[in-house]
Design a protein around this ligand. Structure first.
Ligand SMILES: NC(=[NH2+])NCCC[C@H](N)C(=O)O
Length: 303
């Protein structure tokens, strides 16, 4: 397989879509590794496997409609394998075998069969101390944007998934790209004040537009840099509640086609006003686990 990813929006040809099959019983509060899942565990509203399977099937149907090759992880019983985005990531023709949160380590074996189809020279493994998850890495042609956490309490934050060593190594592996990092706001307990990954508060869409949430960024100047980069008129700023509902986490299958959640009225109306076709799917149950459409997909080939 010849990988190719340069950005978030070019026409998609092949993708890994996570699976909700075998995700197992409701986790205990101690087993939760993000505050939004924790909130639903405590409230008794944690999503049911069958409902999540239906939601992901709807995404699979959209991929079929656009003739996109879909790979699914092999099902490992009692492991949550919904968020395929984080376990590996493709940049140009290279794939990075990510060092994810130890609680999620098992998930990677399930896509080993995809790695086996890739020329070994194009597989990058980073040293164990370099933590990185695909949700923190956003490609924008000559730029690689990376969400990072450099706080001294990093090791106590289950919500901090990418560290500065990983950013440094990305720079070394991709000297032709500009790697720009963004310090994210982190909270183990409050999902409204937690940007679990960069794609929870930012994503480029269409041609040169972006969805952004200011409070997800810990350093205001870094947020302002993005606003200036895209131009204020091209930015769709979302509120705290909209971030909580994961509105920045839609998924583009072309510059003029996105997959979005059926209830994201304000955002979907904006897309349509930009001339972007919106493929609407129900995804609110998946959203209870702190991830949405971008998080559950890992693109392998775009034009
Ligand atoms: N790319 C993302 N934003 N992924 C979301 C992952 C959510 C998952 N519950 C976790 O904590 O790991």
């Amino acid at each position: 397989m010849k990988l190719n990813i340069q950005n978030e929006t070019s026409r998609l040809r092949a993708v890994v879509l996570g699976t909700a099959k075998g995700s197992g019983p409701i986790p205990t509060p101690e087993e939760a590794y993000d505050p939004k899942s924790l909130e639903h565990i405590m409230a008794g509203t944690y999503p049911k496997e069958e409902d999540m399977i239906k939601e992901m099937d709807a995404v699979c149907e959209v991929f079929k409609k656009y003739d996109i090759k879909v790979y699914r992880p092999e099902v490992i019983e009692n492991v949550n394998q919904i968020f395929a985005r984080d376990i590996a990531l493709v940049i140009e023709d290279k794939i990075i075998d990510c060092n994810i949160l130890p609680d999620r380590q098992e998930e990677i074996e399930a896509i080993r069969y995809v790695f086996d189809q890739i020329d070994r020279r194009n597989i990058i493994t980073l040293p164990h101390e370099a933590h990185i998850e695909g949700g923190d890495v956003i490609l924008h042609n000559d730029y690689i944007f990376v969400g990072v956490c450099t706080r001294p309490d990093y090791k106590d934050l289950i919500t901090a998934r990418t560290n500065s060593l990983a950013v440094k190594l990305l720079r070394e592996h991709f000297p032709n790209k500009t790697v720009k990092s963004f310090e994210l706001r982190k909270s183990n307990t409050d999902p409204r004040n937690n940007a679990l990954h960069l794609d929870c508060c930012f994503q480029p869409v269409g041609n040169g537009k972006a969805i952004l949430h200011k409070n997800g960024f810990f350093i205001e100047e870094e947020y302002e840099w993005l606003v200036d980069f895209f131009g204020k008129e091209n930015v769709f700023e979302i509120t705290k509640d909209e971030m909580y509902n994961m509105k920045s986490n839609i998924f583009s299958i072309a510059p003029d086609v996105v997959i979005s959640e059926i209830n994201f009225d304000r955002l979907n109306t904006w897309f349509e006003a930009q001339g972007i076709t919106v493929e609407k799917v129900p995804y609110a149950e998946i959203g209870k686990q702190g991830g949405l459409l971008r998080c559950s997909t890992m693109p392998l080939i775009r034009d």
